[in-house]
Design a protein around this ligand. Structure first.
Ligand code: ADP
Ligand code: MG
Length: 419
């Protein structure tokens, strides 16, 4: 049987720990997967940045991309590779480039989900541009920001329509506070969004292909404690709803890897931020959940590379809209859309692929995470972020949390689609 190498590229920025874990576990897996065309072997390599001929073929089958959202050269190389060379990349670069928070709010409103009341307001200040003055003089209506705040209701959140990483987010209690905050808001195009009050749970649900992991999130904790280690914090039916919601959003926008935030208030789940298509993957934030992420990433990228999964280049929204009929409750809508999402994300074929070709992944990963190379990868990330005198302490803390995950989720205890 001829040996065929499938090549996976990692397009990275400041990532340190996860590529080390990913690469080392893949090496130890030593995969040989029989396929009609030969025996598949897998190679992983870090993508470098360089000038490229638009007609130069792409040497990768799959690229895991962390740069598209801010680094144009790589994004354009990826886009040409998808169009000309049938590269499979996650995430879809056109979708990452064009789908801001604003679009995701609109999409979920259209699907009939309970998005808090939200207004978009023009910015307070502008970059100079040739036609700016004449355009604003002719067409920009004067408005009273306080009156809009009254319509939305207080407290509210003012936050950029394309935000991320809590940049420019403020909680506002009254009209005076809103006026002051808007005066200071500079060139941001802002949303004013009614606050979801009195929530008892805040969840971040990570989706990677058809795999999900719902994590109870503590927004008030220091960065390294925000992803909590609490499991089973909601009823199974609620967790299933959050998973279906995440898969719906991801399939709708063509994001294989994304994380969705929802708050539970008065027994209802309210999505508030679900455009995070370059989710935090660092052990310094994920700690306990880091092994899950690495395994999920390996499973999905290997499935895509081995099966030559075709990448969906355009987004097809009508089936989601059609699935949401008048009279359906939000929960019924999420379930219906979740079914479409699972089909689009090949959940059944993926599960069968993992059972047949990756039965040893859990064992191999477990051995890696318990060993000195995992500790060293953690240390490297900690050293990049923490002051010198905290490196030992935090390396120990994160390694210990990873050990706890190994003990609580031993090999074989979670199927690929359980979270
Ligand atoms: N409507 C809202 N109700 C309650 N809290 C909110 C709301 N909008 C934002 N927040 C709070 O502000 C944080 C940042 O807002 P978010 O929309 O997630 O922006 P970013 O994309 O910058 O993370 C959220 O994690 C949450 O704690
Ligand atoms: Mg957020």
């Amino acid at each position: 049987m001829p040996e065929i190498t499938r090549r996976i590229g990692l397009s990275l920025g400041a990532d340190v720990c996860w590529p080390i874990a990913y690469t080392e576990i893949l090496r130890r897996l030593d995969l040989r997967i029989p396929a009609p065309e030969g025996e598949l072997r897998f190679d992983v390599e870090r993508v470098t940045i360089k000038p490229f001929d638009l007609r130069q073929p792409c040497g990768y089958d799959v690229v895991i991309d962390r740069l598209t959202q801010w680094y144009d050269t790589t994004r354009e190389w990826i886009k040409k590779s998808v169009i000309l060379d049938d590269l499979y990349v996650f995430n879809n670069p056109w979708s990452v480039q064009s789908m801001e928070k604003q679009t995701t709010y609109c999409a979920l409103m259209r699907l009939g989900l309970p998005i808090p009341d939200t207004w978009l307001v023009p910015p307070k200040a502008y970059e100079p541009a040739a036609d700016l003055e004449v355009t604003l003089k002719r067409y920009a209506e004067l408005f009273d920001i306080g009156a809009i705040g009254d319509r939305v209701g207080y407290p509210l959140f003012m936050k950029p329509y394309d935000g991320g990483g809590w940049r420019g987010v403020s909680r506002i209690e009254d009209a005076a506070g809103l006026r002051a905050a808007y005066e200071e808001s500079g060139k941001f195009v802002m949303h004013l969004q009614r606050a979801v009050e009195g929530h008892d749970l805040f969840v971040r649900c990570i989706g990677l292909g058809p795999q999900t992991r719902a994590v109870l999130y503590d927004a008030d904790a220091p960065l390294h404690d925000r992803y909590t280690m609490t499991r089973g914090f909601a009823a199974p039916a609620e967790l299933q709803l959050l998973r279906d919601l995440t898969l719906t959003i991801n399939a709708f926008f063509g994001w294989d890897f994304n994380s969705c935030e929802s708050l539970r208030s008065g027994g209802r789940w309210i999505p508030i931020d679900f455009a995070n298509p370059c989710p935090d993957s660092q052990v310094t934030s994920l700690h306990y959940h880091f092994p899950w992420l690495i395994k999920a990433n390996l499973r999905w990228s290997l499935f895509c590379a081995a099966t030559k999964r075709p990448m969906r280049k355009t987004l097809d929204w009508e089936p989601f809209f059609d699935a949401c009929q008048p009279g359906m409750t939000p929960e019924e809508r999420i379930r219906a859309c979740g079914g479409i999402a699972k089909d689009r994300l090949d959940a059944a074929r993926f599960e069968a692929f993992c059972a047949e070709h990756l039965p040893h992944l859990d064992e191999v990963a477990d051995e890696f995470f318990r060993g000195p190379e995992a500790r060293d990868a953690i240390r490297q990330k900690v050293a990049a972020l923490f002051p010198e005198h905290e490196i030992e302490e935090f390396t120990g803390l994160f390694f210990e949390r990873v050990q706890r995950a190994c003990a609580e989720e031993p090999p074989g205890s979670l199927g690929p689609l359980a979270s």
